[in-house]
Design a protein. Structure first.
Length: 271
């Protein structure tokens, strides 16, 4: 059996969480990540028959039955993951009935996966329907995006178009726009279900006064989506009190889409 600490999925989680903490996206124990793993990769490092603990779920995750995930822990600080992954991360497998999951590695101090695990799993279910290659759900609290939700209209079309206009690359990176939810209590099924409804046709969902959910086929893709949205929000918050003399127009946004062969969200460009 190979050394689990050398597993690519463990090393990638360690590097990603360190970067997110360094950027200020995940203060204290804020934020969480889950990544769906292929069985052969996991089973090269872990004995699938050795279950450390089994914990229940309060919703039906049966569409993910048998799937493996590496997940950050509840109450854990991203700054500590790289130095002690076995306490701050864990590998889990969804039970066949979808009503429980097994811990196969990690959470050595008696910990558990993030309290927002149900939200993550609900979103994995929905994204897999849209993209069978989907793997990653990433939640964090980027400063400028968080600030933007206090001063900008939360209408999805308006919010999306403002972001698109802040950086030329934005409409290319997320042509489907962003989903936006009003403030809701976090860590419960209600916000998970609301996010899952949005995630069906968005890879990014913004929680007002809280943060962002980004998804992708790879860790880099999900990270890059969030990074791009946060940069656009930073530009918006930087110029907010200044007179804007020019901006990217809808005609120019359409030209970008044509140049890159992409389709923007229907009805968002007024051209």
């Amino acid at each position: 059996m190979n050394n689990i600490f050398e597993a690519p999925f463990v090393r990638e989680m360690c590097e990603t969480t360190a970067n997110m903490y360094r950027l200020g996206w995940d203060e204290r124990n804020g934020g969480n990540i889950s990544c769906r793993l292929d069985a052969p990769m996991v089973e090269a490092y872990l004995d699938p028959g050795r279950v450390l603990r089994t914990l229940t779920l309060d919703f039906d995750a049966s569409p993910l039955a048998g799937q493996y995930f590496i997940v950050t822990g509840t109450g854990k600080y991203f700054k500590n993951v790289k130095h002690c992954p076995q306490d701050n991360l864990g590998v889990i497998r969804i039970r066949p009935d979808g009503r429980a999951y097994e811990i196969l590695w990690g959470f050595e101090d008696g910990g558990r996966p993030t309290s927002e695990l149900p939200t993550h799993l609900m979103n994995h279910v929905q994204r897999l329907k849209a993209d069978p290659k989907h793997r990653v759900v990433m939640h964090c609290h980027p400063l400028n995006l968080l600030a933007m939700t206090f001063v900008h209209d939360l209408d999805e079309k308006k919010f999306t178009k403002t972001l698109w206009r802040m950086c030329t690359e934005c409409i290319v990176v997320f042509p489907e726009g962003v989903g936006v939810l009003p403030w809701m209590v976090c860590g419960n099924d209600a916000i998970g279900e609301a996010t899952a409804q949005k995630i069906r046709d968005h890879r990014i969902v913004i929680w007002a006064a809280h943060g962002i959910f980004g998804t992708g086929e790879t860790m880099d893709e999900a990270f890059g989506l969030i990074e791009t949205v946060e940069k656009a929000a930073q530009v918006y918050m930087t110029i907010g009190r200044m007179p804007v003399r020019q901006s990217i127009t809808d005609v120019q946004l359409r030209s970008l889409c044509q140049a890159f062969g992409i389709r923007p969200r229907a009805g968002y460009l007024d051209v």
